[in-house]
Design a protein around this ligand. Sequence first.
Ligand SMILES: Cc1cc2nc3c(=O)[nH]c(=O)nc-3n(C[C@H](O)[C@H](O)[C@H](O)COP(=O)(O)OP(=O)(O)OC[C@H]3O[C@@H](n4cnc5c(N)ncnc54)[C@H](O)[C@@H]3O)c2cc1C
Length: 520
Amino acid sequence: MNRAEMIGRVHERSEPWDIVVVGGGATGVGIAVDAASRGYDVLLLEQHDFGKGTSSRSTKLVHGGVRYLEQGNISLVMEALKERGTLRQNAPHLVSNLAFVVPNYDWWEAPFYGLGLKVYNVLAGRYGFGDSQILSHDDTLSRLPTIKTDGLRGGVVYFDGQFDDSRLLINLTQTAAEQGATLLSYARVVGFTRAPDGFVDGVVGVDEKTGREIRAGAKVVINATGPFADGVRRMSDPGAAPLIAPSQGVHLVFDRSFLPGASAIMVPHTRDGRVMFAIPWHGHTLVGTTDTPIAEPTLEPTALDEEVAFILETAGRYLHRAPTRADVLSVSAGIRPLVRAEGAASTAVLSRDHTIHIDPSAVLTVAGGKWTTYRHMAEDAVNQAAMLAHLPERTCRTATLNIHGFHPHAEKFGALSVYGSDALAINDLMRAHPPLAQPLHAALAYRRAEVIWAVRVEMAQTVEDVLARRTRALFLNAAAAIDMAPEVAHLMAVELGHDAAWERREVAAFAAVAQHYRLA
Ligand SMILES: Cc1cc2nc3c(=O)[nH]c(=O)nc-3n(C[C@H](O)[C@H](O)[C@H](O)COP(=O)(O)OP(=O)(O)OC[C@H]3O[C@@H](n4cnc5c(N)ncnc54)[C@H](O)[C@@H]3O)c2cc1C
């Protein structure tokens, strides 16, 4: 995962790659892992950092989606439940089993949700995470000590998967690299090249760090740019009809005291008929989400005041102490790359299934889906791409491929458990250089060694890369992350050989981005 070495490979190569992937989110990186592990030559280009888009902004659930069961999309639920089991098997250091409690305030809720959640579990079959159960009033309270008790009858508990989205993404980039893929961050695709027959036969990009042009020939190009997919399609087919209906979702993070137990809350019907979760995550409480159609995707979307108010109001209906804007430690917004459907009343009803679309220029676009199903999406996309490019047929290997960091008992590494087997090397680093064991901030469990690790091993290029996606500081506590930025910049500058001016620029750039994560 050395960027200079990777970019060298790109500039040196004269023959076309088997597959060039545009976009370094869950979909694109999943494709790079799949294609490289089949033995294809793969190049992936991401315009910013890996995971800068939607894939670092999810609800952090590896789930079948109870909501899709209610919508009757049984095949999606079954596929996602299977993928949930596969992901826990291949990345146990990042996927854990979490109890979700649906609190009941009406007499009909326990039998209704109890039955629905039994079906959910039956659909999971051998990939199940645990039996759902009806809870008494007292059992509900012991799992959710901060739940509102007025009218509380009891609850239903069920089990689903939880993960750290950008940590999984970084581990997937490492897996892809280990399988032989070349992956570049800060490499924006700006156009395509065409063969004499008119079909796209490569990409033109810009190295955002140097301004130098990147040219890469390809037997097939896969557009995996999520919410940005239509913009990229229009680079080759200006008249392409839109495929994506972008929809924004917001999360708020509070301190742990709002949800001190080990269980999450699942609200099956908010005022606008959606589901909402309150989840314990990295010692904090994550609450969301919303579903707001938007016109154009941006890389740093901003939560709307009404979205924040809606989440606060819904949380206040269920939590004994209603959170206020002053309690929000971090607010983030992400954009779902939903596939359009004619006549849909809202983006909330749009299917979370994925779609593969081949434009007349032969660019293959894969969009939609969910983080949970990224592996299956990648398998489908590579199968289609291999056919389109007449690549030799090779079987997908990812169902049983361990993801970088694989460790069956990573919880024993405490705050470093998200690194899985890499925690051993980070511990060695701290033992060899004790100052690196110092915490970066009293409010968060991150240490200096993690900055060094992110730069040396995980291709972090900027302070934001470290504070937003290698650690999750920005998503947990934006003010603390801003405080941490100067020290992180200094550690990075020493490691990368940058000067004091670089540190100042990085701190200023991070502060500007971090404003999106604070409520004014
Ligand atoms: C609020 C919210 C909550 C969610 N919660 C869950 C959940 O709990 N569980 C779940 O399974 N799913 C969840 N999802 C869905 C899941 O996060 C997405 O389906 C998934 O992350 C999409 O990944 P992607 O790779 O397709 O898109 P992205 O992650 O957005 O990746 C696309 C990438 O393409 C890059 N790009 C764009 N243009 C170019 C260019 N010209 N050149 C190079 N690169 C380019 C972008 O920078 C971006 O990094 C949630 C989504 C949202 C919005």
